[in-house]
Design a protein around this ligand. Sequence first.
Ligand code: CDP
Length: 808
Amino acid sequence: MKDEITREERVDNLKGMGCSRKRVEDARFTQGKGNYVDDIKLDGMLFGDFVRSPYAHARVKSINKDTALKVPGVLAVLTADDLRPLGLHWMPTLAGDKQMVLADGKVLFQGQEVAFVVAEDRYAAADGIEAVEVEYEELPVLVNPFEALKSDVVLREDLVAADGSIPAGAHGPRKHHNHIFTWEAGDKDPTEEVIANAEVVAEESMYYHRTHPCPLETCGCVASMDKVNGKLTLWGTFQAPHAIRTVVSLISGIEEHNIRVVSPDIGGGFGNKVGAYPGYVCSVVASIVTGKPVKWIEDRMDNLMTTAFARDYHMTGKISATKEGKITGLQCHVTADHGGFDACADPTKFPAGFMNICTGSYDIPTAFLEVDGVYTNKAPGGVSYRCSFRVTEAVYFIERMIEVLAIKLNMDSAELRRINFIKKEQFPYKAALGWEYDSGDYHTAWDKALKTVDYDGLRAEQAQRVEDFKAGKTRKLMGIGLSFFTEIVGAGPVKNCDILGLGMFDSCEIRIHPTGSAIARLGTISQGQGHATTFAQILASEIGLPADSITIEEGDTDTAPYGLGTYGSRSTPVAGAATAMAGRKIRAKAQMIAAYLLEVHDNDVEFDVDRFAVKGAPEKFKTMKEIAFAAYNQAIPGLEPGLEAVSYYDPPNMTYPFGAYVCVMDIDVDTGVPEIRRFYALDDCGTRINPMIIEGQVHGGLTEALAVALGQEIAYDDMGNVKTGTLMDFFLPTAWEVPNYETDFTVTPSPHHPIGAKGVGESPHVGGVPCFSNAVQDAFRPFGNTHTNMPHDHWRIWRTANELGLHD
Ligand code: CDP
């Protein structure tokens, strides 16, 4: 048979890997045709909402629901006493702790859920909330973790034994009644010895402030218990629908096959939608009690104040080096503020997430990390806001320590990085704190970045600016922010990573239809990342059918294979690998069918873009479309008909994307206003599936990095009141604040991933935060600044200038 189109055209037709295929999701999103949880409307659906505590720490003396129950439209008011007989007044957290579903005797943070009002609509529920009378007795408030560790005030009375002793927690012994765990990685004594005997040691303490992912869509769900067939359906903003199904089954006793969890369209997650929240439990209970569907949707204040904070790490570091700048040791201690319950979303064996990647991109022979988790009167959560389980904190820590060491050595920090990078030939590289980095070429990326921005020219300009400032010719300083980050994404492997005992593999199931189109279902769930576009591209390249002929479906536990969901940029490293592997199973069967049809041995045909052709006789071939049809009507004798495959992929290792970022900033010392003149971001995420989507991910991640570095914060006063609980106070950047980003790339494939891809979604956030922060700090370096804490809002920048005497 003769080809009517060229091989190049056949490749183009597939829109496979490497192609900037337009996002298939956008047609519905841009036309307002998305289907979010709050779009779900069911017959007779009720609305549930919370009475929340105005106090950060108080005893609940009484709850009177009588008046509320008389409010028109209010049907029920649930309290802990109502949930107690069901054993649902507390629930397990993802971190091995437990959390009150509704206040059981006391409250531990402002906004804590006290009662759940179920009404005919949102407005009646709001009136009902106003009418619930709660009597509180205020207790002393602890918002500072260092004070909490010294205080006699017991926050978690449920975690103190009757004889006053302190039982061990999920992560080992506890030192104090407000202490949660101590977690260590690396070698303590050798590290202390190296640092004690070093030629140069730099020390710094830094606070990575509490912030919040603040997705456009808040958290919510609709629970519908069908009492006739005993089936519970739960639609919700879940980043891990299967895990939610298992948790709901475990805590409710409903058999898992009778629970269907559906994540419809999700308006951003960024970690906020990984955890299990009291709203889910209360909606399920309310649906069971009333026999009607019940919806619960947070408002913005609920979301910011109660579901999922991020960061809140107090970090102290020591870094040692030779006089020439070769780093010899690193020590880090973290006091981690986890709020009233330890509800951090981390793999079980990692109570401080992947903080033990804090040696970063550098060949540091000796290191030690110690993390102490502490209870305070703040909201629980501890989610990885656009990052892989605390890698953002780790990268911020090391990228600040490098700058502080450069100041101590009186050295250029770009050069300090260069002489300490792990070299290309050292990969796979075993880091001092335990991880084995899969691949990297840091020097090439760094050189490309510095050359592109004309680093030497920028430094010369900066030196001139300092002279001009001192001479009174300008009131603007110039900062050059550098950051080189190594990420760790793609949790599993199952042997290292589980959540609540569920190993962190992921999955893909493919069905090829007779006419040569297909559906693939995955255990992940997109929240805007474009999986329906990119996973079809992986398959197009693997199975030779056009991406436009492949539907990707995620998020329905009744149809999708079990998976651990989407967060920590794990979709491409894990589910993307499962997709490729399932595709290869399809291809293996297709090869047999093609050989049978072409009347040659299996080994005598080879795959070529969209077909199998006879080796040495490319004019003899069967297209994948023809093979698909044959699979359903010309089965090989002895072989099952049909063309389907499933893969559950347990990755052998994480993937380690990396990047080199440079930010050039002008700072007005009189107003504290920073102006980002240039931002250059080079990312290496291995094999690139869709360059346009990668660029979109980088833009989004950098914008969230800008937010965190320059203003975004969940701040508390001494009474535990949240000071930034609305978008009037919580900084979300708009197009006004966002600069023009320049993106670039190198490609260093992962050696263990089937297509060599690494994750990318969170990289720009992880690398961006220290880059913006370093730019601010660098502007003040010539005037004696070593370190100032984020967020660098205008006031804090002005104050730094003031403290350095620049207003005198
Ligand atoms: O888990 P999550 O989807 O948040 O993150 P990811 O795996 O980094 O993927 C984010 C988006 O970028 C997805 O649409 C990926 O398919 C795409 N991507 C890509 O095109 N090439 C890569 N090497 C990595 C991700």
